[in-house]
Design a protein around this ligand. Structure first.
Ligand SMILES: NC(=O)c1ccc[n+]([C@@H]2O[C@H](COP(=O)([O-])OP(=O)(O)OC[C@H]3O[C@@H](n4cnc5c(N)ncnc54)[C@H](O)[C@@H]3O)[C@@H](O)[C@H]2O)c1
Length: 270
């Protein structure tokens, strides 16, 4: 069901890779709510070709940008401003990558070149996007920026590896830039801490199925899926949540505040 929550709003969605991607669902949901969007992803992701399908469905241009490149981000905002004839009202940062995770390198053995790359893509990129947007005045007054994160930023999930550190850094940038952009232009910046979700990035984490099943049992409402995450993101882009900023918002069926559940106790008693 659509509520016209984003009627007249314009936004950039980073990170839709395939139909499983959380960003894919957010793009569809934002358009359903009346928004116009620009889609962006790394050039290598565009070469896979799936994004064109979403672009057609959403009537959205696709603008390639590697988020580790200042030039790419500047080009993205320039082209987006031309396309919309002005700034954007919302941005979704739905980007994460760790070479240490991909190569199954244990946390205690991390290769620092890989660590730097992962940090640049997964966390610093939010700063880069915001810094460029601020310089170019590319986000409208009362705009809303969201980045996706995971609870491994606060609690230890050993197999999440250096992505845990990346997410802690990402959440810190959201707070600190949130202050600056709030003062300057009433732009709000938040992170959404999502349940484990079966996507390309998610499934790369060792023991992911165990993660998903454990979280499902440990959440009074069960795990939140990507469609539900999209619903939540849309509310945060809307004018109904204008005074929410600098927050890490858990969208996890209650997992983050649950000590133990009956389902887990029963499992342990077996
Ligand atoms: N899947 C989960 O369990 C889960 C849980 C909580 C948070 N998240 C977060 O949600 C976000 C989206 O991930 P997803 O699960 O939808 O997986 P996904 O693999 O569909 O999305 C990750 C995206 O990052 C993009 N990306 C990687 N390197 C890039 C670069 N250099 N420049 C631009 N884009 C680049 C990829 O192309 C891809 O589109 C990530 O931040 C992830 O950490 C995922």
């Amino acid at each position: 069901m659509a509520y016209n929550l984003l009627k007249g709003k314009k936004g950039i969605i980073f990170g839709a890779l395939n139909e499983q991607s959380i960003a894919w669902k957010v793009a569809q949901r934002a358009v359903q709510e009346g928004a116009e969007i620009v889609l962006s992803n790394a050039p290598i992701a565009l070469r896979m070709g799936e994004l064109n399908k979403l672009a057609g469905e959403c009537n959205a241009p696709v603008i390639a940008a590697d988020v580790t490149s200042n030039d790419d981000i500047t080009n993205l905002f320039t082209k987006t401003q031309e396309h919309f004839g002005g700034g954007v009202d919302f941005i979704l940062h739905s980007i994460g990558m760790s070479i240490n995770v991909r190569k199954s390198i244990h946390y205690t053995e991390n290769n620092y070149d890989f660590t730097h790359k992962g940090l640049d893509i997964s966390a610093l990129s939010l700063h880069r996007v915001l810094q460029t947007a601020m310089k170019m005045d590319a986000i409208n007054e009362w705009g809303s920026v969201l980045a996706l994160t995971y609870i491994a930023a606060q609690r230890v999930f050993p197999d999440y590896n250096d992505m845990a550190d990346n997410k802690a850094y990402l959440e810190s940038i959201a707070r600190n830039f949130g202050y600056q952009y709030g003062v300057k232009k009433h732009v709000r910046i938040n992170t959404v801490s999502q349940s484990p979700t079966r996507t390309t990035a998610g499934s790369g984490v060792k023991g992911f199925d165990g993660f998903v099943n454990y979280a499902e049992k440990m959440s009074p409402l069960g795990n939140a899926d990507a469609d539900q995450c999209a619903d939540y993101c849309v509310t945060l882009f809307s004018d109904l949540t204008r005074m929410v900023t600098m927050q890490n918002l858990f969208h996890d069926g209650g997992f983050s505040f649950t000590g133990v559940t009956q389902a887990v106790i029963e499992q342990m008693e077996k």
